[in-house]
Design a protein around this ligand. Structure first.
Ligand SMILES: [Zn+2]
Length: 164
């Protein structure tokens, strides 16, 4: 699917409507402080349940259009204020709360797994250079170092796996 605008929230909304057939209203915001740290960040996504009337989405869109700047709401009033603004006029209640965090699921074992897809000959060449190599995770930038001896052991164990 083509991106609509490059704005994540608009593209996500278009994706949900076109690909998932779910009318949605979505907004995201990040407020960067003067020292370049993130002062507030957050967003919301509201989706119609199957069978809900289309005009509900118009009401939601009106609410969103009329609401304060999302980053201002997040910074000054907190996340709860998003509900009362976005869902103004709706009978809403909280059914669950979950903490969110940024977490990467990479591990040394996963990187080792990834290294086993390198052609054995290529891996032998790397080992022959006699240098430590480092592999960085594309998601969190964490790096994992491997000595030639460790690569040798990986090569042996993947060769053993192939034989078995
Ligand atoms: Zn990672």
């Amino acid at each position: 699917m083509e991106l609509v605008s490059g704005e994540i929230a608009e593209d996500l909304t278009a994706y949900l409507l076109e690909s998932e057939q779910v009318p949605s209203a979505c907004a995201l915001g990040v407020l960067v402080d003067t020292d370049l740290t993130i002062r507030a960040a957050g967003g919301f996504i509201v989706q119609l349940m199957p069978g809900a009337e289309e005009e509900l989405i118009e009401k939601l869109e009106d609410n969103i259009f009329l609401m304060d700047q999302l980053t201002t709401v997040l910074d000054e009033d907190g996340t709860d204020a998003i509900f009362s603004q976005v869902l103004r006029g709706f009978d809403w209640h909280v059914v669950g709360e979950y903490p969110v965090e940024y977490r990467c699921y990479c591990s040394r074992e996963r990187v080792e797994q990834a290294l086993t897809v390198i052609e054995p000959n290529e891996l032998r060449e790397i080992i022959a250079e006699g240098k430590e190599i480092s592999v960085s995770c594309q998601f969190c930038d964490r790096t994992y170092a491997f000595t030639p001896a460790e690569l040798e052991a990986l090569l042996k164990s993947s060769e053993n796996n192939l034989e078995n």
